[in-house]
Design a protein around this ligand. Structure first.
Ligand SMILES: Nc1ncnc2c1ncn2[C@@H]1O[C@H](COP(=O)(O)OP(=O)(O)OP(=O)(O)O)[C@@H](O)[C@H]1O
Ligand SMILES: [Mg+2]
Length: 247
């Protein structure tokens, strides 16, 4: 289907005898934002890492931009990772590098831009995440919300066509969390990117999502619009939503 930028087809993944993903089918349209909800340890992070080859399925297929990626070698995966940026759950900044070096990392690795062009691009993406004059700071001196923004700036530096957000608002106060939610919406609008947002935060899910997918016992138990999710009679999703998620 040409309308989809990311698609998982019958994805199975186990670690040892623990079956985490048991046949995930999910497709994300171009320019769409899909929120993946699910309890802790249900495999949300594992699922989205399949999109950039950080996990590969035991069986099933993963498509990015209509190409199957599960057999890709490292070199081909680099091309996929240029198209799909990821905001990791733990932020994962390089602690011994300045903000500038963190954000510039992929630009230096994967482009032949000059130092000046890279500096301009770093300033530009920091602007997109609403940060200014932070280039020389070390990650340790940043607040949690700022770290998330810097990590996001790094994820979008190469102008990806899709962004994977793993728990972008977890651990942030409600005001900072809302600012991150607005940012996700803005990036979608301004850059037209396809997004997957993994979250425990129900408010965030309803704010940023076009669609909700609920991962339960290794499969997508519910897949529908935000409005359909609000009115759902699926007891396990209802229970999850009414419990306010967790975390
Ligand atoms: N590299 C790995 N090796 C072995 N087990 C793993 C690995 N990565 C994940 N797992 C296991 O897979 C399961 C799903 O993990 P995952 O991190 O995807 O959960 P999650 O839904 O993202 O949870 P949370 O909401 O707490 O972040 C967990 O039981 C985890 O221990
Ligand atoms: Mg996770």
């Amino acid at each position: 289907m040409a309308g989809h930028f990311i698609r998982y087809e019958g994805v199975h993944k186990s670690f040892g005898d623990k079956a985490v993903l048991r046949g995930v089918d999910l497709a994300i349209g171009r320019g769409e934002t899909v929120v993946v909800l699910g309890g802790s340890g249900t495999g949300k992070s594992v699922l989205i890492k399949h999109t950039i080859g950080l996990h590969s399925p035991d069986s099933g297929r993963v498509f990015v931009d209509d190409v199957e990626i599960q057999e890709f070698d490292e070199e081909q995966l680099i091309e996929t990772r240029k198209k799909v940026g990821m905001l990791f759950q733990a932020g994962a900044l390089f602690d011994s590098m300045t903000v500038e070096d963190n954000v510039a990392y992929a630009l230096r690795e994967h482009t032949d831009r000059s130092d000046e062009e890279i500096r301009d691009r770093v300033r530009e993406v920091l602007g997109l995440v609403e940060l200014e004059d932070v280039e020389d700071l070390m990650p340790a001196s940043l607040s949690g919300g700022m770290r998330k923004r810097v990590a996001l700036a790094r994820a979008i530096a190469l102008a990806p066509r899709a962004i994977l957000y793993d728990e972008p608002t977890t651990g942030l106060d409600p005001i900072t969390a809302n600012a991150i939610n607005r940012l996700i919406r803005n990036l979608q609008k301004r850059l037209g990117v396809t997004s997957i947002v993994v979250t425990h935060d129900i408010h965030s899910a309803f704010t940023v999502g076009d669609r909700i997918a609920f991962l339960y016992e290794g499969r997508i138990l519910f897949d529908g619009t935000v409005e359909e999710a609000r009115r759902t009679t699926e007891p396990r999703l209802k229970n999850f939503l009414e419990g306010g998620g967790y975390g």
